[in-house]
Structures are given as C-alpha cells and as structure tokens.
Design a protein around this ligand. Structure first.
Ligand code: ZN
Length: 215
C-alpha cells in the first residue's frame, strides 16, 4: 500500500527582531507527521506553551504518549520547551538522540536517521552546529510532494531575498548554513521554516540560493 505521510502544521511560528532594544519576540513552528507506522512531532515551542500544544494535539486525535519521535531541530528554548510531555518518544535535540538515560550515537555526517517509510532526519548545521531537519517524501501535500521541516535553517520564506533575517536571528556557521539551505532547496518541493509558514520551493528560490553560495 502506498501510504501518504500526513503533514499537519500545528502552529506557524513568528519572530520580530528589535535591534535597538537588543531583543527578539519569537516562537517556533510546530509540525506533526502521521507516518505509516510512526507519529513524529517536530519542535515544541516554549515551556509556557504546554496547554496550547496539548490542546492542538488533542484536536488532531494525538495523545502525548502516541508520539514515537520528538525531533527538536536544535537546542534553543523555543524549540524544545515541552519535551517532558512526550515520555514514550525517542528524543532528538539536534543530532543528539536519547530515550530516558540512554544516548544513541548516530553518524549524521554520513547517514540520515530513518524514522519511518519516507521520513528521515538529516544533519543541517549552520544556525547551530548540531541542527537537524526532517525530510518527508510522499506527503499529502499537493498529491505526494516532498517537504523539509528545517527549524531555523530558514527563518521564514522572506529570508531568501532578505538574508539579514536569518543572519541576524543568529548563525554559528554562515557558510555551512548557506550550503545546507541550498541542499534542502534542491531536495524538496516545500519547506516548513522555524519561524513562519510553509512555502513552495520555486526555481527562482533555488537560483538565489545557488548565487548566495558563491559569495
Ligand atoms: Zn528558533
């Protein structure tokens, strides 16, 4: 049977940067994936968002203990604020994989981590040195298209033509981030960024990201 992985965008994140005050208002995008055999949750907002997160999951008939994999794309507090709601799940904080007190080594540099059919975690450092993204193929989006859920590799769609948006949001390795932004764009049809809604990857976007890499 050809199962389509169901992508549910629970929250579209946001961020606004106040440079004068040296502060940023932000919360992350949260995505639920109903795979053929596994349920995956990507990013969990801040510790103050427990109730809204639980309410939204319940609306989609998912209890916290139903989640098999919790992927926090990186270890910033707005992406991993509610990990302790999901105690049956294997946890990812970036490329660090654990369950309870057990930590599992995985060679992310060379191999994706497979979660289910057509769902895998890949290594996409840049925003932080251990960031990961979740690649989902054969989804319900636009009759079987692919999507990458990328955390802060992309801040939001507008950061493609206004680079200051992702650079000022913080980057630990600008060069690696550019390489991984292009890699993802070449790989999928849609991107779900860390602080905004889903967008389609157009040829114009790919071309811009190819030019960015030459800098
Ligand atoms: Zn973030």
């Amino acid at each position: 049977m050809n199962h389509q992985n169901h992508i549910i965008e629970l929250f579209a994140g946001f961020s606004t940067n106040n440079k004068e005050k040296r502060e940023m208002k932000a919360n992350c995008t949260v995505t639920l994936i109903k795979g053929e055999n596994k349920i995956v949750l990507v990013d969990t907002m801040t510790a103050w968002d427990k109730d809204v997160l639980l309410k939204e999951l319940k609306f989609h008939h998912v209890a916290p203990e139903d989640v098999d994999y919790l992927v926090c794309t990186h270890g910033h507090s707005d992406h991993c604020g509610n990990m302790n709601l999901f105690l049956k799940a294997t946890h990812f904080v970036g490329s660090c994989v654990s369950h309870k007190h057990m930590y599992y080594y995985h060679d992310f540099e060379n191999n994706p981590y497979k979660l289910d059919n057509n769902i895998e975690v890949i290594f996409t450092p840049g925003h932080t040195s251990t960031c990961v993204s979740v690649i989902v193929k054969n989804t319900n989006l636009d009759h079987g298209r692919s999507v990458a859920i990328v955390g802060d590799l992309f801040e939001r769609e507008e950061d493609i033509f206004d680079e200051s948006l992702w650079i000022e949001a913080g980057t630990e390795d600008e060069k690696k981030q550019r390489i991984n932004r292009l890699k993802i764009a070449e790989m999928v049809d849609f991107i779900i960024p860390g602080h905004g809604g889903r967008f389609a990857v157009t040829e114009e976007i790919r071309q811009k990201l190819r030019e960015d890499i030459k800098q």
